[in-house]
Design a protein. Structure first.
Length: 364
């Protein structure tokens, strides 16, 4: 092969590669359109707080059913995580109903059961109802045996129920579906696995029906792979057997935390809301966009939510963003430190229009 022909082949390959990359990358204009659609500059305030100063609430999942809104959320009380249920008629005023995943004994997840609803209608401005699979509703959860705040070896569990609007225990699989000690663990998830989000991808873009986004930490740090939390993918065809997808994370800021993905779809564009922490000061909510669920373009503009009020002055993070009746509701975990030096953690709300100020206060 002569040099001229080789040069032509290289030029063709470079051009083809650039075209393929440009087709996967979301344009700056499209990213700005998404930002303008989802931004919520009005902080309504706290909508759900713990019932005592010894507890903290976190990580809302929200769905619509039977003319009401329902929220699952997690409570930390010093021992570990349990998952609870609340209801609302207007997305502003919430009534706690009770536990749906509680502490247990002699199980792999005895002291950590932090649940996140799965298989929700992900269309932006859609029904936000939960879909059934095999006549059950599903949830993935952060599980672990050790006591303490996200202590010990954490993995992913799967649970199901026939009625997600009732405050009763969900049925859990007896074993985790993903652990950092799995033989198939990647370099970025061999330390601990945290929150997960599962969607039903009817197009099977990644070759499977169900896609899990999860954030995880690597066990050790190196110059090439500093210790951090990153967002990766796993896939399944039955909600029980899961395989990691790809060799690299899909969102990686290299330092700090990138986590707690929440997925929606705007026509042909997937949008991932997630939070960042410590790769710049504080903790804050961001978003990324994709056409194929695998290649994500990161928003490089202003944060969607960042600390600014007394109730979220330490952290404003962990997003759940929906659009209902023309209003965007951005639920998030708000963290502050009170005058006694105690951490106060609540579920707060920001909106795209001014709905006033929440009357909810922390218990005295």
């Amino acid at each position: 092969m002569n040099d001229k022909l080789l040069a032509i082949m290289i030029m063709v390959w470079v051009f083809a590669t650039e075209v393929a990359y440009s087709q996967k990358k979301v344009s700056t204009q499209k990213m700005e359109e998404v930002y303008n659609e989802v931004k919520t500059p009005f902080k309504y305030g706290m909508v759900l707080v713990p019932d005592s100063k010894s507890k903290m609430v976190d990580s809302p999942s929200i769905f619509y059913s039977n003319g009401k809104w329902w929220m699952t959320y997690i409570v930390y009380d010093g021992q570990g995580y349990e998952t609870w249920l609340a209801e609302s008629s207007d997305l502003l005023n919430w009534k706690t109903l009770g536990k749906i995943m509680s502490f247990s004994k002699n199980t792999w997840d005895a002291n950590q059961k932090a649940g996140y609803l799965a298989l929700q209608d992900y269309e932006w401005g859609g029904s936000y109802k939960l879909e059934t699979y095999k006549d059950k509703y599903w949830m993935s959860y952060l599980g672990g045996a050790d006591q303490g705040y996200e202590a010990g070896r954490l993995g992913v569990g799967i649970a199901s129920t026939i009625n997600p609007t009732k405050a009763q225990e969900w049925t859990r699989l007896s074993k985790p579906v993903m652990l950092p000690t799995d033989s198939t663990a990647r370099w970025y998830d061999n330390g601990s696995i945290f929150k997960s989000t599962v969607i039903h991808d009817k197009a099977k873009s990644l070759g499977a029906s169900f896609v899990m986004f999860y954030n995880a930490a690597n066990q050790s740090s190196s110059e090439r792979y500093p210790k951090a939390e990153r967002i990766g993918l796993a896939v399944s065809d039955d909600m029980v057997h899961w395989k990691r997808y790809g060799e690299e994370p899909v969102v990686d800021h290299f330092y700090g935390i990138s986590g707690d993905a929440y997925i929606t779809k705007m026509k042909d564009l997937w949008v991932m809301f997630y939070f960042g922490a410590n790769w710049k000061p504080g903790a804050f909510d961001r978003f990324a966009c994709s056409y194929d669920l695998e290649n994500w373009t990161l928003w490089n503009g202003p944060d969607l939510i960042a600390p600014s009020e007394t109730f979220d002055k330490t952290y404003a993070h962990k997003p759940l963003v929906i659009k209902y009746n023309g209003v965007v509701y951005h639920f998030y975990c708000a963290v502050s430190i009170n005058e006694k030096g105690e951490e106060e953690r609540s579920i707060a709300l920001a909106t795209s229009v001014n709905l006033g100020k929440s009357p909810v206060k922390f218990p005295k």
